[in-house]
Design a protein around this ligand. Structure first.
Ligand code: MG
Ligand code: ZN
Length: 348
């Protein structure tokens, strides 16, 4: 299985290893899907976010051809460092495979993980391991995950593994590839095998306002207890449903998702402060909803939001960085610059 993954990698246009000297041993990339500056500000008013006094930058989220990106092109920019067409996963605008941070990190012997609140086959996580022309190919994306070599992944999307139109049982294939399968989030922390496949929902996890509980921060905690090792690790964490709340024009749910993501960020920052060798980057793939904060009360910690669209917008999104290599994240750059800076900090 390992050999197969390497063969697949060889078909990617893997850039020559630059041999750059790493400044960070580990990197944690936190993506709030749809988390623009208004969303972050609303979170700050509602409850003291942990994003205090880091290095801050701004990322231009345009895709290869469109002013307003979708989550697939945006995730491909963050994960693979190339601008592509909306809808594309881990391939460039001409449809050619491009290697993701997860793959580059594995080539260096680092351990890798993904934690999300959507289906693990959803556009954002998919760009970190899959190479598909369309984000809609959930079953093909699930197939790519089986051979990805990821040390752990935690999210939903079980139905793309165990109830497939091709009749294949990818749950069995994951087990054959050495993964411990966990389908109940309460079982994640107790997993013992070196590889962990957490498929804890049929598709997306419940929203934070309908009983998801501390799943996300706990899953990040589990990941941070499993991934550290002598060659370092790369972990991507996504607050997938900040975007869903904004698409639905539900301000309180959007903010609740941000506050939940902030608890996960707190776990990452606590780890990074203790560790001293971990770069933490918090950003968004794009803004969703065109949110304007038009009124509210500092005294009561309330905020009123108006939505300008049901879709995404082209507004730049913030990038917050902590730890070794963080200073390079100051300034204004393309979303592909987030990939470039993480890659450079890890010496990939
Ligand atoms: Mg997403
Ligand atoms: Zn969206």
């Amino acid at each position: 299985m390992r050999r197969l993954a390497l063969v697949l990698l060889a078909t990617c246009a893997v850039p020559a290893l630059a041999g750059r000297k790493p400044v960070a041993r580990n990197a944690i990339l936190v993506i709030g899907d749809g988390m623009g500056l208004a969303q972050v500000t609303a979170g700050l008013v509602r409850g003291q976010l942990r994003l205090e006094s880091p290095v801050v930058g701004l990322s231009k989220t345009f895709s290869s051809r469109q002013l307003v990106t979708d989550s697939a092109a945006a995730a491909t920019a963050l994960a693979c460092g190339v601008k592509t067409k909306n809808g594309a996963i881990g391939v460039d605008a001409a449809g050619r495979r491009v290697p993701a941070l997860v793959e580059l990190a594995r080539l260096k012997g680092m351990r890798t993980g993904l934690v999300v609140t959507s289906s693990i086959t959803h556009a954002t996580p998919a760009a970190f391991y899959a190479h598909q022309i369309s984000r809609k190919n959930d079953e093909a994306i699930a197939r790519d995950l089986v051979t990805s070599g990821l040390d752990l992944f935690i999210g939903g999307g079980r139905r793309f593994f165990d109830r497939r139109s091709d009749g294949c049982d990818l749950m069995a294939e994951l087990e054959a590839a050495g993964y411990e399968l966990v389908t109940d989030p309460r079982g994640l922390a107790a997993a013992k095998e070196p590889r962990l496949a957490g498929l804890v929902a049929e598709e997306d996890l419940p929203t934070i306002t309908s009983g998801r509980g501390p799943y996300l921060p706990d899953a990040v905690g589990t990941s941070l207890s499993r991934l550290p090792g002598p060659k370092g690790f790369f972990l991507m964490v996504e607050g997938s449903q900040v975007d869903f709340g904004a698409h639905d024009h539900d301000a309180s749910r959007t903010i609740a998702e941000i506050l939940d993501l902030d608890l996960a960020i707190a776990r990452a920052l606590d780890f990074a402060r203790r560790d001293g060798e971990t770069l933490v980057v918090v950003t968004a793939d794009h803004e969703t909803g065109g949110i304007a904060l038009t009124s509210g009360s500092l005294e009561k910690s309330t905020v009123e939001a108006r939505f300008g669209t049901k879709e995404h917008t082209a507004t730049m999104v913030p990038v917050f960085a902590f730890g070794p290599g963080a200073e390079s994240f100051a300034g204004i750059y393309e979303n592909t610059g987030v990939f470039d800076r993480i890659r450079s900090a890890l010496g990939l």
